[in-house]
Design a protein around this ligand. Structure first.
Ligand SMILES: *[C@@H]1O[C@H](CO)[C@@H](O)[C@H](O)[C@H]1NC(C)=O
Ligand SMILES: *[C@@H]1O[C@H](CO)[C@@H](O)[C@H](O)[C@H]1NC(C)=O
Ligand SMILES: *[C@@H]1O[C@H](CO)[C@@H](O)[C@H](O)[C@H]1NC(C)=O
Ligand SMILES: *[C@@H]1O[C@H](CO)[C@@H](O)[C@H](O)[C@H]1NC(C)=O
Ligand SMILES: *[C@@H]1O[C@H](CO)[C@@H](O)[C@H](O)[C@H]1NC(C)=O
Ligand SMILES: *[C@@H]1O[C@H](CO)[C@@H](O)[C@H](O)[C@H]1NC(C)=O
Ligand SMILES: *[C@@H]1O[C@H](CO)[C@@H](O)[C@H](O)[C@H]1NC(C)=O
Length: 320
């Protein structure tokens, strides 16, 4: 195939003197969105009705010093054997337009690697070629956001992640458009599709109720997309966090109080149980006590105190 191309190019050089046959391009630069379709056009002169058998068209892509054959038409027929595998099933020339002298190359679902220079070479009773430039961009359309609370700190990590092309810069700002980008860390990896997977993380202590935004600025294509992170949700979780802390403290206090009173009651009962046998003993020792009126509380208490003393003395005497 490249032999054909070389022969044709040689022919072009030989025929430049006559310059009768010229290829024209209505549009020199195409900028398309990743995964969209593109139709690039070049024109050649047709006098009367087209003789397809005499027509040869070669579309070739040049990118980073490498050439790929995109689509070839020889004697009016597609010549797929030499087509580069990147373009199989994705590139075609619209045959219906040829009779009007229009060679339209259609590429489906454009990839990042489709960008480059496209050679359009036409041989039709004369040879000429032109170059067309294709640029592919991918907007950072969908921005994924995430907020992570730093464990053990009152700081938050705000994360924005998106994919696009070419490489975007990420800016962070608050509602007053004050830049916070200094505290941000932006990294990227290349995806298998050749897109930049950009992640930017802003780590800081947020001020009360403010909304923050990350802006993906695609400098080369002048595109800008933004995502907003509202801190109101964070602040409320902050408050609920404080509330639960207070609740925890209150509950702990209540439990401690209940336990303490239970202990006091238990101890009191134990003391009371210790007193009873002594009282009983005293009663046995002093049977006259039985006849005393129990209604009078004060006297009874006094008696109890007394009995304790007497009882201890009694035991002492018993031991002796
Ligand atoms: C691209 O072209 C294909 C067929 O050629 C068509 O099915 C598809 O809808 C087109 N996509 C867009 C975005 O125009
Ligand atoms: C177009 O074809 C006619 C005859 O078919 C010829 O006379 C004329 O010179 C041709 N014009 C060009 C520009 O080739
Ligand atoms: C911040 O900038 C945006 C656009 O960049 C503008 O719409 C908005 O009014 C600005 N806000 C303030 C407070 O300057
Ligand atoms: C930025 O993040 C990357 C990966 O998460 C990390 O390796 C790097 O140390 C960070 N840089 C700064 C300045 O924090
Ligand atoms: C982009 O990177 C993030 C983490 O940095 C990862 O979770 C995500 O899956 C990546 N996306 C693609 C399409 O590679
Ligand atoms: C928080 O507010 C103070 C003053 O109110 C300001 O100096 C500081 O820059 C703010 N911090 C952020 C991250 O917005
Ligand atoms: C932050 O944004 C939310 C919605 O995006 C809005 O309801 C809220 O009022 C904003 N907060 C402030 C402090 O402007």
């Amino acid at each position: 195939m490249f032999q054909i191309l070389t022969t044709l190019l040689l022919e072009v050089q030989l025929s430049t003197a006559s310059a009768l046959f010229t290829v024209e391009v209505p549009q020199q630069l195409y900028i398309v969105e990743y995964r969209s379709n593109v139709s690039m056009e070049c024109r050649f002169p047709v006098n009367g009705s087209l003789n397809l058998g005499l027509l040869t068209v070669v579309w070739e892509q040049k990118r980073q010093g490498k050439s790929k054959e995109v689509y070839t038409l020889r004697g009016g027929k597609a010549f797929p054997s030499s087509q580069h595998h990147d373009y199989i099933g994705r590139a075609a020339v619209l045959c219906s337009e040829l009779k009007l002298g229009r060679v339209i190359l259609h590429i489906n679902s454009v990839k990042i690697t489709d960008a480059g220079s496209y050679l359009c070479l036409i041989d039709y009773q004369g040879v000429d070629y032109k170059y067309i430039t294709l640029e592919v961009k991918a907007s950072y359309r969908r921005i994924n956001t995430k907020v992570i609370r730093k464990a053990g700190e009152d700081k938050f990590a705000f994360m924005c992640q998106s994919e696009g092309f070419p490489l975007a810069e990420v800016f962070w700002q608050n509602e007053k458009n004050i830049s916070l980008s200094r505290s941000a860390n932006t990294t990227y990896v290349l995806t298998t599709d050749g897109l930049y997977n950009v992640t930017s993380t802003l780590t800081f202590k947020p001020n009360t109720t403010e909304n923050y935004s990350c802006v993906f600025w695609n400098k080369e294509v002048g595109g800008e997309t933004a995502a907003h992170i509202s801190t109101s949700a964070l602040i409320s979780t902050d408050h609920s966090g404080q509330k639960s802390l207070i609740l925890f403290i209150v509950l702990t206090c209540v439990i401690v109080a209940v336990l303490a009173s239970a202990l006091v009651i238990f101890q009191t009962r134990k003391l009371f149980r210790n007193w009873r046998p002594q009282k009983d003993r005293r009663r046995k020792l002093n049977p006259n006590q039985k006849d005393k009126k129990r209604d009078d509380f004060e006297t009874q208490t006094e008696a109890l105190h007394l009995s304790t003393v007497t009882a201890s003395r009694d035991t002492g005497s018993v031991d002796l």
